[in-house]
Ligand binder design. Structure first.
Ligand SMILES: Cc1ncc(COP(=O)(O)O)c(C=O)c1O
Length: 351
């Protein structure tokens, strides 16, 4: 017997990527950034007036909203802050999907989306990406009856992006809210922020976890028309962003040049890794994110284990359509060189 609501008792919950304890493993499994955050963030942490913690933080994280709005060229009324973008995704389900209501999301994609649907008691409406993992042309038709449609662009775990015109088409044709999860957009060639001026039903979310090297801080940003933000503002916890996070996030957003320099290095390593793995006989999907999605010349599940014994933790998903692939986060230059040397050795030894 469970005391929980039936839809909670029934589900397993979300399984985050492993955070190894104690073992010396090179972490290439959760798309963290290998480089440190901006020195301005580290200064803000050192100089944080700890005695102020006796007070509540600014409820709406106004300073963060303003810094983000300035960076994205939008109004601060168009920004909502979350305790990571995962918190914003929860707010999305609670704001826009009734219990029993339809929730559409692309598949394969971020494995949290269906879990959030189960928690909310929503009707899951997965929309299959096409054979190249692209958003299908008729996505709106496939999502008929849903009130919220979430996709990741660039997609995770596949790493590819899809034509922006497909997003516009969906915004035009889908009568509910279209949410573009842009957790990896800083690593991509383009993004959907400029579409906000055309579509009152569009939300674009970002995070400081990946490109800003701040996964441990927990700060996500949702950008949309002021009317949509105002609805979600009613749903979030009153103080969902703590005072330290607000101070550090403002410092990070004001020094986006430091983020861009790290992104430049990661993109260069990504392309190098892609061509080296291709030369070893792997199929590597084009990536616009800080990871690559790789079909190795031997069973992925087995290679995942072998790599682990060699000290490299990557991500394997035993799920339909992607069970033959490994997702490899881009680490620093030395880690990537060591990773490639190990792969070369394993593939030539047929191990
Ligand atoms: C597509 C996608 N969205 C959101 C997140 C979560 O981001 P955050 O750390 O901001 O909660 C991830 C994390 O892996 C992700 O892959």
């Amino acid at each position: 017997m469970s005391y929980a609501r039936p839809n909670i008792a029934r589900i397993a919950g979300y399984t985050p990527g492993e955070q190894p304890k104690g073992q010396r493993l090179t972490k290439l499994n959760t798309n963290e950034n290998p480089y440190p955050p901006s020195p301005a963030v580290i200064d803000a942490l050192r100089n944080f007036p700890a005695e102020r913690l006796k007070l509540y933080p600014v409820p709406g994280a106004d300073g963060v909203r303003e810094a983000a709005a300035e960076l994205f060229g939008i109004d601060s009324k168009q920004v909502l802050c979350g305790n990571g973008s995962d918190d914003l995704l929860t707010i999305a389900l609670r704001s826009f999907v009734d219990q029993g209501g339809g929730f559409a999301y692309t598949e394969p994609s971020y494995s949290l989306y269906p879990v959030l649907a189960d928690i909310q008691g929503a009707r899951k409406m997965p929309v299959a990406l096409d054979k190249n993992f692209m958003l299908p042309e008729n996505a709106a038709e496939l999502a008929a009856g849903a009130t919220l449609f979430i996709m990741a662009r660039p997609n995770a775990p596949t790493g590819n992006s899809f034509p922006k015109e497909r997003v516009s088409k969906l915004c035009r044709e889908f009568p509910g809210v279209v949410w573009v999860d842009e957790a990896y957009a800083d690593f991509a060639d383009d993004n959907c922020m400029d579409l906000l001026q055309h579509f009152p039903n569009l939300v674009v979310s970002r995070t400081l976890s990946k490109s800003y090297s701040l996964a441990g801080l927990r700060l996500g940003l949702a950008c949309a028309a002021p009317e949509l933000i105002a609805e979600m503002d009613k749903v979030r916890d009153s103080y969902n962003i703590d005072m330290i996070t607000q101070a550090l996030a403002i410092a990070a957003l004001k020094d986006s040049a430091a983020m861009r320099e790290n992104v430049r290095r990661i993109r260069a390593s990504r392309e190098k890794l892609r061509s080296e793995l291709q030369a070893m006989g792997c199929e590597v999907l084009p990536s616009e994110a800080n990871f690559v999605f790789v079909k190795p010349p031997r069973p992925a599940a087995e290679l995942f284990q072998t790599l682990r014994t060699r000290g490299f933790l990557v991500r394997y998903f035993n799920l339909p359509r992607i069970s033959e692939y490994l997702r490899i986060t881009i680490g620093n230059e030395e880690d990537m060189a060591a990773f490639c040397a190990t792969c070369r050795e394993l593939f030539s030894a047929g191990e």
